[in-house]
Design a protein around this ligand. Structure first.
Ligand SMILES: Nc1ncnc2c1ncn2[C@@H]1O[C@H](COP(=O)(O)OP(=O)(O)OP(=O)(O)O)[C@@H](O)[C@H]1O
Ligand SMILES: [Mg+2]
Length: 159
C-alpha cells in the first residue's frame, strides 16, 4: 500500500455497484483491472456497476464456466473469471490486454500477477468486513493507473 491507493468502505451491494459505475464512467479504454477478493466478496457486483457505467444494457452473468464474456457499450467490456483456472497458458488473454477500445476486468485477477509480465494495471482488493460491509482498495501500478485512481477518487467524492 502506498499514498496512491484509495480505500473506500462500502456498506451495501448497491454502494459497491455505484462504485463500479463510477469506474466504468471514468474509463477511456485500454484499462486492465485485476479484482482480488474471496468468494462472495462482491467482485461480480462491482463488474455489474462497471457495465452500467459503460452504458451496457445486457445483464452481466458470471463467466465462471465460460471464462471470458464480452459486452458492448460505450467501450467493450471483457469480463474474465479465473476462479477455476490453474494455468492461463493457451487462454489467449494477451489479446484482451492490448486493446484501447476495451476495458478488461478479471475476477481472481491476482492469479495473473506471477504469470504475465504485467507492470501496469489497477489492482482492486475487496475485503469482507461483515455481512454488508466491504473494504475496497484501489492499488494502481503505473503512472496511467495512478491518474485513473485519482479520477475515480474524485468521482466518488463528488457524490
Ligand atoms: N457491500 C457489499 N458489496 C458487495 N456485495 C455485497 C455487499 N454486502 C453484501 N454483499 C453481497 O455479497 C455477495 C457478493 O457476490 P458476488 O457474486 O459479487 O461475489 P464475487 O466476489 O463475485 O464472488 P465469486 O468469487 O464467487 O465470483 C452478493 O450476494 C451481495 O449481495
Ligand atoms: Mg464473481
Amino acid at each position: 500500500m502506498n499514498e496512491n491507493c484509495f480505500t473506500f468502505y462500502s456498506v451495501s451491494p448497491t454502494e459497491t455497484e455505484v462504485f463500479g459505475e463510477t469506474i466504468g464512467r471514468l474509463s477511456g479504454g485500454g484499462e486492465l483491472l485485476l479484482l482480488e477478493g474471496t468468494l462472495g466478496a462482491g467482485k461480480t457486483v462491482m463488474v455489474k456497476g462497471i457495465a452500467k457505467g459503460l452504458d451496457i444494457k445486457n445483464e452481466i452473468v458470471s463467466p465462471t464456466f465460460i471464462i471470458i464474456r464480452s459486452y458492448k457499450g460505450r467501450l467493450i467490456l471483457n469480463h474474465i473469471d479465473l476462479y477455476r483456472i490453474d494455468s492461463i497458458d493457451g487462454l489467449g488473454l494477451e489479446e484482451y490486454l492490448d486493446d484501447e477500445d476495451s476495458i478488461t476486468v478479471i475476477e481472481w485477477g491476482e492469479k495473473l500477477l506471477n504469470h504475465l509480465p504485467l507492470d501496469e494495471y489497477l489492482l482492486v482488493r475487496i475485503d469482507v468486513v461483515d455481512e454488508n460491509s466491504r473494504e475496497i482498495v484501489l492499488e494502481p501500478r503505473g503512472e496511467r493507473y495512478i491518474e485513473y485512481t485519482r479520477r475515480i477518487k474524485d468521482g466518488i467524492s463528488g457524490y
